[in-house]
Design a protein around this ligand. Sequence first.
Ligand SMILES: *Cc1c(COP(=O)(O)O)cnc(C)c1O
Length: 506
Amino acid sequence: MNGKEPGDFLEAQSGLVFKEPLIFELDADKGGGLSFQEKQVSGPGLGIPQEFLRQELPIPQLTEQQVVRHFTRLSQWNFCVDTGFYPLGSCTMKYNPRVNEEGASLEGFVSIHPYAPEQAVQGALALMYELESMLARITGMDRVTLQPAAGAQAELTGMLMVRAYHRDSGNPRKKVLIPDSAHGTNPASCALCGFQVVQVPSDERGLLSPKDVSSRLDEEVAALMLTNPNTLGLFEENILEICEMVHSVGGLVYCDGANLNALTGIARIGDMGVDLLHMNLHKTFSTPHGGGGPGAGPLAVKAILEPFLPVPRVEKAGEDFFLREDFPKSIGRVKAFYGHFGVLVRAYAYLLSLGPRGLKEATLRAVLNANYLRVALRDLYNLPYDRLCKHECVFSDRNQARLGIQALDIAKRLMDYGFHPPTIYFPLIVKGALMVEPTETETPETLDRFVEAMRKIALEAHNEPETVRSAPHITKVGRLDEVAAARRPLLVAPRAKFDSSNQEPF
Ligand SMILES: *Cc1c(COP(=O)(O)O)cnc(C)c1O
């Protein structure tokens, strides 16, 4: 502790503290922008018919530089991995090396057309074929589809395959067992396929117990859908026994592997008895995650499920790669063309640049970093399941709640220290959860500064609770009405005012 104030933190200089008027309000110098003469935009050969030309639109008059600065400043409000530590649990907000971006923007990849003949895109097909086989080797599975656009879509794809598998064997089953710690997409994907979701409680150690699975298991169970490591960041230690039990009644086991940076290069889910597994390339395999950009959720399956995989599939004959559609039991297509190809290129580049040793090292660091934070904060923050964790650790606000400070307050106060808040109030089985995922790419120095900020907040909760309750104090906006922001978004700028006084940007 060295007496630093929130604003003194290096991280707090980033992102969240700028002010910026609307572009309409910036319209200071009338005529600063470019003005077209009517004869430059309409008339013979110029294309815009006279009736489409209007003078009265309130378009701001700005110079190019004003526009660039306005949008650049706005872009800096957006907190991102490039500006600061972003320990959002379950989201793996890690640094993704720029070299993978470069690979994805190579001319040969960005300029190909999805309708190009196979002979003209052999390189792209080879990349997909090799990526599939690398992911299969990493996970211990037999075959992979790269089509799903995200984790949730991979779950849907997987459950459609589970349904097709049981129908094909003449016993369309109805139920899917899902632990109560699961990500919300799990039950949603099952319900979308018409399955009835049966919840399995976690035991006192935060794990799935064979006893609780077995008491819900019968011949109506199509699958068990588990997450490993689970959303508490804990490894499901009974997975071998549980998979055997599910198989013994003819059910399948689906594993949500969205957070594979806890296992890659160390252990393979396929060796644990799992039949279907998805990965999030936009978490583990080097596509920036968040902000709504494209992702990819490859789904890996065991051989028994191969006939049901989506089409088209990339196949190899001799030295040639081709696309094959004639699989009569396939569930069909789940995504236009071949999935989000740019994301696949990034993952391919990432896997090749790290290699097996690099992947293993990344996993070891992800786990070490999470355990470092767990141990460094457990004297001040309650740890409902204080055991060796994998890629993330889940605290609760129990100690602070006694002082009237909730998880939300702690999260908001962290913003004053320049850190993105962790995931809060998830998983649902932990009251007041603070789910921290430091990822493998953070340095010990950053982790120490985060620990220092968290420890200061714990002290503040005792000594000046109002400071924490009313945080954040140095961000552009304070506490938003988050429900209204999601339900009643204001998407139209207030009517433009063309008052040119006092319009200097901050
Ligand atoms: C992120 C995540 C998902 C959903 O992945 P999307 O790509 O956002 O659809 C599912 N399960 C877990 C455990 C996750 O962390």
